[in-house]
Design a protein around this ligand. Sequence first.
Ligand code: SAH
Ligand code: SF4
Ligand code: F3S
Length: 471
Amino acid sequence: MTIMQKPSYKEAKTRDKREYQKVFFHISDDKKNLFKGKTYYLKTYGCQMNEHDSENIVAILEQLGFRSALNYEEADFVLLNTCSIRENAHNKAFGLLGRLKHLKETKKDLIVGICGCMAQEEGVIQEILNKYQWVNFVFGTHNIYRLPDLLIENKTSHTQQIEVFSREQDLVEDMPVKRENKYKAYVNIIYGCDKFCTYCIVPYTRGKQRSREKEDILKEIEELKKENYQEVTLLGQNVNAYGKDLYADYKMENLLEDVAKTNIPRIRFITSHPWDFTDQMVEVMRKYPNIMPAIHLPVQSGSNRILKLMGRRYTKEQYLELFHKLKTIPNMAISTDIIVGFPGESEDDFNETLDLCHTCQFDNAFTFIYSPRENTPAAKLPDTIPLEEKERRLQRLNQIVNQYFKEKNEQLLEKEVEVLVEGISDKKNNYFGYTNTNKLINFTGKNIKIGSIVKVKVTEAKTWSLDGKID
Ligand code: SAH
Ligand code: SF4
Ligand code: F3S
């Protein structure tokens, strides 16, 4: 067995002022089509960052000659792009690994690879070394560009390869990409996270905050425009920190304005940490109608005591001030993330979260039970709340937030909303798309062009979606 490089949290935690080399991805001609006739199945877990990494991985695999398989049973190569954010993301990936083990017993040539955030975890790598020696190779979030070489080395070596860099290396540009959607595109603007919220594993799995050069971002968006893309989502764990590590006086508000000036019809950005959301950003959003009135603004808790323990660096009052500022932009929809059952969360703390939800009436909310993550500071706090109590809190919270989603949707009844038409839904003659506030809408109409932006009248409001029609 060859272990090439195992991850170390100690190194992953290091933050310094190192400058990053920009390198360009390239597959040499002798490697292209080396795997012609072979098929792959890629399973992606986790957030948009992982989804977009998978769009790069698919493009690399296809340059190597792979074609996609319909399911993992039929594939010659199965790759799991994993997520570490909560225990259940882990369990899902290990569940699929269990099924793959059986498959590999009868299909000896099957190649199985693991990448993504779980590959950056010390404990996961130890488990793979102990119990999953049949997995062919593992690579991390910092060396996706090494995939062609890892596959080629695996062809000849027949030993397990583990190549996980604990720290970010270079900034790789010109990665090939095969986008899932023909009208909406993800564009990375910043990698990593330096916030170190006490419950979160991402700063260890994704490394230091590194902004892409603005010219590279704008060039990518200009190209997308030429390909008729209607919408870009600027991606990062904390997009609002854009530029801080790279420029003296070019920040997220400047990038946002430059992206708006490309005149691409729709611009979104995720995720925004409230701490870095500046007044200038709010003003740029107000000024440019192609920046969509929808912001994902995770609050995590409504209790200042818990926010402090979480290391979120804002108080409930500061969050609300920003929230109300954003709401001065017409039709602004705000969604959030909330964690219940953080260590030591009392009934009073939890009630403060419920109060905040009544005040904010979020358009959407992703709610989670706290899940202790290896090596994070919160995992060392005494966690005395029984699981049943955490589940009860989650249910109570969901009941309240769901009610507001429906109310928010009902406010749109009989109104016209602007929709990017994405396709035909299952039902006969029904189209579907997303409003500028990012709400799913199914609607009827005749000869509507997919990929166009149209006005739709809302006829029915549900909790999770709208129905509408074009007369
Ligand atoms: N960078 C984003 C969040 C990315 S993770 C931000 O800071 O806003 C998405 C969400 O997962 C977080 O907002 C948080 O609500 C949740 N989350 C992260 N770590 C978690 C944990 N250990 N247990 C439960 N939920 C967690
Ligand atoms: Fe995690 Fe906090 Fe960074 Fe978001 S900002 S990725 S929650 S550490
Ligand atoms: Fe999961 Fe990694 Fe994203 S932990 S949420 S895939 S950054």
